[in-house]
Design a protein around this ligand. Structure first.
Ligand code: AMP
Length: 129
């Protein structure tokens, strides 16, 4: 069965898309730690980060860097943190999280956003790529 992220990539489930290329898809996390929390996913469905073939792993880091730089340009924060967890969704994804304080990376306190705000944030990040 396809992962929820494969369904998002295929357009079967909606997402707030930030960017896409041949191998990757970036979109806003639906339950964000902070405004601008973005997920970067390889289209190839692989469970664990270090099981990616090395070239795809390197491309994922490079694509995530581009998105992270765009987030830094338009979302007020001290820096963009990066985390890879995957305990909930077994399809590799990089969390890019705008940080103001340590607890923003701790996946405890969540932001509630309206659809319009998600849309505006995704658009803003995309425009800063
Ligand atoms: P983890 O697998 O622990 O790294 O967490 C998976 C992340 O995916 C969580 O932060 C969820 O909020 C996020 N997530 C799950 N389903 C969706 C979805 N349909 N759209 C956007 N983000 C999602």
């Amino acid at each position: 069965m396809s992962s929820i992220f494969t369904k998002i990539i295929n357009g079967e489930i909606p997402s707030y898309k930030v960017a896409e290329n041949e191998n990757f898809y970036a979109f806003l996390d639906i339950n964000p730690n902070a405004k601008g929390h973005t997920l970067v996913v390889p289209k190839k469905e692989v469970n664990k980060l270090f099981d990616l073939e090395e070239s795809l792993y390197n491309e994922l880091m490079s694509f995530s860097r581009q998105i992270g730089l765009a987030i830094e340009k338009c979302i007020p924060c001290n820096r963009v943190g990066m985390a890879v967890i995957g305990l909930e969704v077994p399809h590799v994804h990089v969390h890019l999280i705008p940080l103001k304080k340590m607890e923003d990376i701790q996946f405890k306190k969540k932001e509630k956003l309206e659809p319009e705000e998600f849309e505006a944030i995704a658009k803003k990040i995309a425009e800063n790529l």
